[in-house]
Design a protein around this ligand. Structure first.
Ligand code: FE2
Length: 392
């Protein structure tokens, strides 16, 4: 991929985006699957979605399919969804529950919920078979903020640096996210969107607010600063203040719910947005938290699961979260529509060299540099035909 950034020919206020092919070819997407989604921590599911032992969910990550299950001890385990016998996909459903074992539907090899091979037809006639060597292939798993984060890399990068570090880097304080007690919140609403756009367009859109005055009237009414077109993500620790007349983060600025009990005064009546690369957005407001997880499945297709999380007593009381959910649902629909409208242009000859970023979008250039760096080949051994030692 060509180097993304550099001054565009206007004297320096604009910088170049990635070229169009980075958004519009199966080849570029395949490389991202390998170098980004199979290499980094991927926020797969909400831990509470798998409540009881035997509950499982299958999650596409990169080119793999991962099976996440709660074991009999109540812990989450993740495996590649591949039978060690003949390679059959063990679970084809997106979610479900098994009793005690995961049984392959082809030859009935069965694994316990920790991935060990426990039974197979004619096993007694194969005394030399080392069961320990034929378990399911484990996948690294960490739980944080009430979500299970998976990593397919043989040597996963530091979770603290890559995931917690991204949140701390945005909020400026490692404890700031803890005040929201995200892991204790209850799911009020989940909406799944299938967006016909490249995942990078969605990240770029989330990172900037140059478009806010044009397409987000309801959001700008609650967060008037966004009417100026500058994003919340440009300043460390900076939250965006609610409009004086807004009583809550709701579609009409009406009353929301009580402030989450542990948030600090400087977090009250403010909105914070965080991007955790490569596929998570976290939105913090005083009475709820919104988490987007992206599941890119093609160069021009991304499923997004968006969770609205509230204090457990709000959900238990049966309170109507409708106007609260509606604000960001509308933002999502507005954003996803423009991303879908942008996607075809990525393959146009008009966009072959890419477009430009204005100063209000400048920080997206850093994202582009990060993508380019992730996709670059690591420096290999020196070419023996190079330099004065080579044959001449
Ligand atoms: Fe937006």
């Amino acid at each position: 991929m060509a180097a993304p950034t550099g001054a565009a020919p206007d004297g320096g206020s604009l910088i170049r985006t990635l070229p169009g092919h980075a958004y519009s070819t199966p080849e570029s997407f395949a490389r991202e699957q390998e170098r980004i989604f199979e290499a980094l921590w991927f926020c797969a599911l909400r831990s509470a979605d798998l409540a009881a032992p035997g509950a499982f969910r299958t999650v596409p990550i990169g080119r793999e399919n991962v099976l996440v299950v709660r074991n009999t001890a109540g812990e989450l385990r993740a495996f590649l969804n591949v039978c060690s016998h003949r390679g059959t996909r063990l679970c084809t459903e997106e979610s479900g529950t098994v009793r005690r074992t995961l049984r392959c539907p082809y030859h009935s090899w069965s694994y316990d919920l920790d991935g060990s091979l426990v039974a197979a037809p004619h096993l007694a006639r194969m005394p030399q078979l080392d069961r320990g060597a034929h378990g399911l292939r484990p996948v690294a798993l960490r739980e944080w903020l009430g979500y299970a984060w998976l990593c397919l890399a043989d040597r996963p990068p530091s979770f603290d640096t890559e995931v917690r570090g991204a949140v701390t880097g945005r909020l400026g304080d490692g404890a700031a996210i803890d005040h929201y007690r995200v892991d204790t919140l209850a799911l009020g609403r989940r909406i799944r969107y299938d967006v016909r756009a490249n995942w990078k367009l969605l990240i770029e859109n989330f990172m900037e607010c140059y478009h806010c005055p044009t397409i987000h009237p309801e959001l700008v009414a609650v967060l008037p600063e966004f009417g100026g077109g500058y994003a919340a993500q440009t300043g460390v620790g900076r939250g965006v203040a609610f409009a004086e007349e807004a009583r809550g983060f709701t579609v009409d600025g009406g009353e929301g719910f009580g402030r989450l009990p542990e948030i600090a005064d400087h977090q009250d009546r403010r909105y914070f947005a965080i991007t955790v690369r490569p596929q998570v957005f976290i939105n913090l407001v005083p009475d709820h938290v919104i988490v987007h997880r992206m599941f890119p499945y093609a160069y021009d297709g991304t499923v997004i699961e968006c969770d609205w999380l509230y204090a457990p007593e709000v959900i238990a009381s049966g309170a109507d979260t409708g106007r609260s959910v509606e604000l960001f649902h509308r933002v999502n629909e507005q954003d996803f529509a423009v991303c879908e409208r942008t996607q075809p242009g990525m393959a146009s000859r008009a966009y072959r060299a890419g477009g430009v970023l204005v100063p209000a979008e400048r920080h997206i250039g850093e994202f582009h540099s990060w993508v380019t760096g992730m996709l670059a080949d690591p420096p290999g051994p020196p070419d023996p035909t190079d330099g004065p030692e080579g044959p001449g």
